[in-house]
Write a protein that binds this ligand. Structure first.
Ligand SMILES: [Zn+2]
Length: 275
């Protein structure tokens, strides 16, 4: 009797273990949505490429990217704060050469329309800690933040924390393969800020993409290798652009530039998606 009981216990253990194991070994990304996380007008784009197009203004986009991996959802960047959606004239910058932001749609409403709950977001990875990228991080208090240690520890000029100290965080030091299967790889691209990062995404049909963050701001800024006047490190900025160029060549990847509105207008927005 005792022997039989033990055999059943072992069999049950094996059965209950098997599905859990396969859930954790599911690999790959199957969906990427582009969300509207802000639209703006930059007052003077020579701010990003000194000496080029002095005094010329340009429409800017601000994108978030919602990515479904077989092991969970990841949000790349969170845009300007949803509070701007309620401001009739948007948010004017202190320096008129910078960007006047509007928010046609909140991030929250776009997630809701897709049926994705805040609690479903497993990771929030941010390119860097400027306000047009971290405006809604605290809508996801349970999500693991993926941020470079150098960025997390960068002293804030305003003297206030960018993240709540209790927000769960993984402080990265360099590149990071998020799910360990090569489908989502954070690429360290410092220079715009001390711990700026970009994201390599490998989609089964669309192929490989690099999401720029602000390693570059728009197409001509990329082509002329412009280093914005307010970047924290010029040499690192140029080295990061070179690194991105190498990743694009090695992976045969497209470069999706976050703030390039002309490029974004050529791409499909949520609820359409890339697979
Ligand atoms: Zn930005």
């Amino acid at each position: 009797m005792r022997k039989t009981g033990r055999c059943i216990a072992v069999a049950v253990a094996l059965v209950s273990y098997a599905p859990a194991a396969s859930a954790e070994t599911k690999t790959g990304v199957d969906k990427l949505y582009i969300l509207n996380c802000g639209e703006g007008v930059a007052g003077d784009i020579s701010r990003w490429s000194p000496g080029v197009n002095v005094g010329k203004s340009m429409d800017f986009a601000d994108n978030c990217y919602l990515i479904h991996h077989m092991q969970g959802w990841l949000l790349w960047d969170t845009g300007v704060t949803d509070a701007i959606a309620a401001m009739p004239d948007g948010q004017a910058p202190a320096d008129p050469r910078m960007t006047h932001w509007r928010r046609p749609k909140t991030l929250a409403s776009q997630l809701e329309a897709l049926g994705v709950k805040r609690g479903d977001i497993r990771y929030v990875a941010i390119s860097h800690t400027h306000p047009d990228h971290i405006g809604n991080v605290e809508q996801f208090p349970q999500a693991m933040l993926l941020v470079q240690k150098a960025e997390y520890e960068w002293p804030n000029p305003l003297g206030v924390g960018r993240f709540k100290p209790e927000h769960p965080v993984t402080k990265l030091e360099g590149d990071h393969d998020i799910f360990g299967d090569g489908s989502l790889i954070i690429i360290s691209t410092p220079g715009h800020t001390p711990g700026h990062q970009s994201l390599l995404v490998k989609l089964p049909n669309t192929g490989a993409l690099v999401l720029s963050g602000d390693a570059v701001h728009f197409k001509s800024n990329w082509e002329n290798r412009g280093v914005p006047s307010n970047n924290t490190d010029k040499d690192k900025t140029l080295a990061s652009m070179q690194r991105i160029a190498e990743v694009l060549a090695n992976e045969k990847a497209q470069l999706w530039i976050n703030h390039d509105k002309a490029q974004r207008d050529s791409l499909k927005m949520a609820p359409a998606f890339y697979d």
